[in-house]
Design a protein. Sequence first.
Length: 120
Amino acid sequence: MKFIGRIIFHVFSNALALFIAAQIIEGFLFRGDIVALFIAALILTVINALLKPILKLILGPLILLTFGIITIVINAFSLYILDMLSPAITIQGYIPLLLATLIIGAVNIIVGFSAKATHE
């Protein structure tokens, strides 16, 4: 039950992050209703759960050499895959992709820390 709760939490966190990124970044477009937002968030959660660990394992030495900067590239790649899979999300260029990656990461960190602080 705890596992399902964590997945639901990540979907809500990703939905909030995608919404904030779409509001702030020009070139990061979201077209759709709240259902489309949660479907895109679910797709991003699945990408992060399945693909990201494999990429981190393969690129582990590079992550160490660059002091973790490559994780931004991995996150951007995950967001690029979301752009390809979800018709509701459109990313127009590399700069909006990079900015959206940073904002989504920051929102997920803030939501994660606040959830841990309220849970303890």
